[in-house]
Structures are given as C-alpha cells and as structure tokens.
Design a protein around this ligand. Structure first.
Ligand code: HEM
Length: 401
C-alpha cells in the first residue's frame, strides 16, 4: 500500500515515531490494520480486537526459534537455539518456569511488600533537593531497582554494583541493531550479575533468609525444583522485565499529569483516584510498545492468510488508543472507566509483575505529588529515551519551589 509508513518508520529509530508514535499508529490502524512489514519481516497488528485476540490465542508461540529465519522475532535472541527465558518460552518449559515463581507475585504476596516500597520511595523523596531535579535519575530509575533488590534480599552495600550491572545488561536488550559497545557492555553486566547471583544462591542454600532468592531455591512443584542456572536466569529476567518498564511508567505518568493539570488537580483532591490514574497512565502511554507471537501453522487473521513461522508484532501502544474501544483515546482522563488496556500483554504470558508494578506506580506517583504541592516542569524540560520496544523518558527536569 502506497505511503503507509513501514519498517524502521514504525520503530523508535524514526525521530517522529520516537517523539510521538500515536499519530503514525493512528494512520496505520485506519489504513492497514494488519500491516505486513516487508522491510522488517513482521506483521504489525494495530487494532485492539486483533491485538487482544493474538495475545490470548493459546495456539500461537513466542519462542523466536520457531520463527522463519528472516523473521523480526529473531532479533530477540542472540544466537540460534538459545535457551530462552520464560518471556519467550513455550509449552511445558514456559508452564514450569512460570508455575515455580507465580505464587511469589500474586496480589497477596505483593501486598506484603507494600511497606518496603513505601520505605524506598520515602528514602528517594527525602534525598531530592530543590529547586530543580531530574525525575528519572533521582527517583524513577532507582526506585524499581532498589525495590527488586530488597525483595531479592540483596544486601544494601552491594546494591550500587547490582544496580550498575543490571543497567548494563539492559543496554542491548530488545534492540534489533545493537552497537558492538552495547553488546559488550551487556555481556559484561550479565557475567557480573551471574557470578554475583551464584554466590548469593550458595549462601542462601546454607542459610535461607526471608527473601525472593531463598523462595526461588525452596519453590517446588511435584518434586520439580529450579537449578542454580535457572534461578540466575529467573532473577536476570525479573530485572530486565521489571526495572525499565516500571521506571518508564513513573516517568510517563508524572509527565502526563503535569501536562494535564486538571487531572493532577483531581488526583490531589481525591487520592483514592491513584489506582485509576495508574491504569490510565498504562493505557495512555504504555512503557512497552509491542509484544510478539509466532504462527505455529499456516493460518488466517481477519481474513488475511499468514504463513507458519511469521512474527505477529502486536502494537500495544496502538491497541490502547483504539477509538473502537476508548472514547477520545488521545485524552488523558483519570476517571475513565473501564480501562481494559493491554499494557501488560495478555494470555499465558500476561506480565508476571503486574501487581508489583501497579503497587510501585501507585505509591511512587502519589507520594511524589503529595510531597511537592508545586511540582511543575523546569525549563530544561524532558527528552524521550531511545530504547527500542520501550517508551519512556531519558530525563525530565522538574521544579518543586
Ligand atoms: C509498568 C511496568 C511493566 C510493564 C508495562 C510490563 C509489561 C509486560 C509485557 C507487555 C509483557 C509481555 C506480555 C505478553 O507478551 O503477553 C510482560 C511480561 C513479563 N513481565 Fe512485565 N511489565 C512491567 C513490570 C514488570 C515487573 C515489575 C516484573 C517483575 C519484577 C515483570 C516481570 C515480567 C515477566 C517475568 C514477564 C514474562 C511472563 C511470561 O512470559 O509468562 N514485569 N511484562
């Protein structure tokens, strides 16, 4: 189809898409909702109903090793036949990995961390000195990393190293064209994290503590337990999947509230709106732009024939702004109901950390606006960060006086 944006124009490598993907997504959703992107070898579904149905389809796969050799999905693994993490695993392997950690992230277990999250948020708010500060560096970045470090039971004197290594591992993640430098740094970070976790696991095997690593060691289903290597990859996955996403949710949420002062006023006047505010933030400016599934056989979607092994790279960002589901989808409205957003994906791979992310987002944003009644953008403003597949801010300067 002529003049329809495709390929790199539908990624944050394109400056317009990076700045504001929503107008490009609207265009493509209206003109070619199951877009076949021949440049990047993927289908790019953008309508809410299609995205939701694909995410929930139990027959579709996620392991990139099942995709055609040229498929876009291959960018999500580093080498052929790589043993993928839970996020990309299928069938028995996915069920096993997920079941062994599922209970640790259920609402009741997550509720038990509320006080720790409050403590971490308070700690970083106390350190903010006015009149200006960078929301991302001073607050949105450290809070999720330190929360997960606390939950895992990483001692506080090792948290700075832990934070640095986990940031390094993220440098090449989900990037279809990573630089040599980013790849090297990511490999180094992963190595450091691995030997660090192996030591922590060995200590916990001798002396179990009340923390997530000890729980992963103890977790057992019908006599099946996680090996040391599997515990390490689960921990690394939790960092990769949980840190940047939660950071971006906090940044995108504060930005949306400051750009919509009437909504911020409503939240200030009625703090009970914080849960709905976080759901609207996740809909309006989702931290994860896309997710993917792979066809396991020749099939048809909305009448369009699709070969086996194709990558369906669904646009969560577009689905969340589909006018077929949301009235005035480009308006940020914290009283919108209902908000059946797809920011956490769907089906078998629905985000394991969704309850934790919600808890962190609610506490972080509410406490921030309560602490600083005059919070507003500083002149230096903000800039979009460049991490393919994610949407967030690189920096965001705010004033508190
Ligand atoms: C606002 C923050 C977050 C967002 C927007 C987010 C989004 C997502 C998305 C879109 C997926 C893929 C779902 C699919 O393909 O159907 C996912 C999976 C996952 N997320 Fe999150 N996530 C967030 C926070 C977290 C946190 C805090 C953790 C854990 C500490 C976490 C752990 C995971 C894991 C382990 C998976 C893979 C689940 C599976 O494959 O079964 N996420 N997340």
């Amino acid at each position: 189809m002529k003049n329809i944006p495709t390929g790199m124009r539908l990624t944050p490598f394109d400056p317009d898409y990076l700045e504001n993907p929503y107008s490009v997504l609207r265009q493509i959703r209206e003109a070619d909702p199951l877009h076949h992107d021949l440049e990047l070898h993927r289908y790019f579904p953008t309508r809410y109903e299609d995205v939701r149905a694909i995410l929930k389809d139990p027959d579709l796969l996620t392991d990139p090793n099942s995709s055609l050799p040229e498929s876009y999905a291959r960018h999500f693994i580093n080498k052929e036949d790589e043993e993928v993490s839970m996020l990309l695993a299928d069938g028995h392997r996915h069920r096993r990995l997920r079941q062994l950690v599922n209970d640790l992230f259920k609402p009741r277990a997550v509720e038990g961390w509320r006080e720790r999250v409050e403590d971490v948020v308070r700690h970083y708010l106390d350190r903010i000195e006015g009149p200006e500060f960078d929301l991302m560096a001073a607050f949105a970045e450290p809070v999720p990393t330190v929360v997960i470090a606390e939950i895992m039971g990483i001692p506080s004197d090792k948290q700075a190293d832990f934070k640095r290594w986990s940031e390094m591992t993220q440098e090449a993640a989900f990037n279809p064209v990573p630089s040599e430098e980013a790849l090297k740094s990511a490999a180094k970070g992963a190595e450091q994290l691995e030997s660090f976790f192996l030591k922590e696991i060995a200590t916990r095997r001798q002396h179990p503590l009340d923390d997530l690593i000890s729980q992963l060691i103890a977790s057992e289903i019908d006599g099946d337990k996680l090996s040391d290597g599997e515990i390490v990859s689960q921990c690394v996955l939790l960092l990769l999947a949980g840190n940047l996403t939660t950071t971006d949710m906090i940044g995108n949420g504060v930005r949306a509230l400051l750009e919509n002062p009437a909504q911020l006023k409503k939240l200030r006047e009625n703090n009970n709106l914080i849960e709905a505010t976080i759901e609207e933030v996740l809909r309006y400016d989702a931290p994860v732009l896309n997710s993917s599934r792979i066809t396991h056989q020749d099939t048809e979607i909305s009448g369009c024939p699709i070969r086996r092994g194709e990558c369906l790279h669904v646009s969560l960002a577009s689905a969340n702004r589909d006018p077929a589901v949301y009235q005035d989808p480009d308006l940020f409205d914290i009283e919108r109901t209902p908000i059946p957003h797809l920011a956490f994906g769907g089906g078998r791979h629905f985000c394991l950390g969704a309850h934790l992310a919600r808890l962190e987002g609610q506490i972080a944003i509410l406490r921030l606006v309560q602490r600083f009644p005059k919070l507003r953008f500083a002149e230096r403003g903000y800039a979009q960060s460049f991490v393919p597949e994610f949407r967030g801010l690189e920096y965001c300067w705010l004033r508190i006086d």
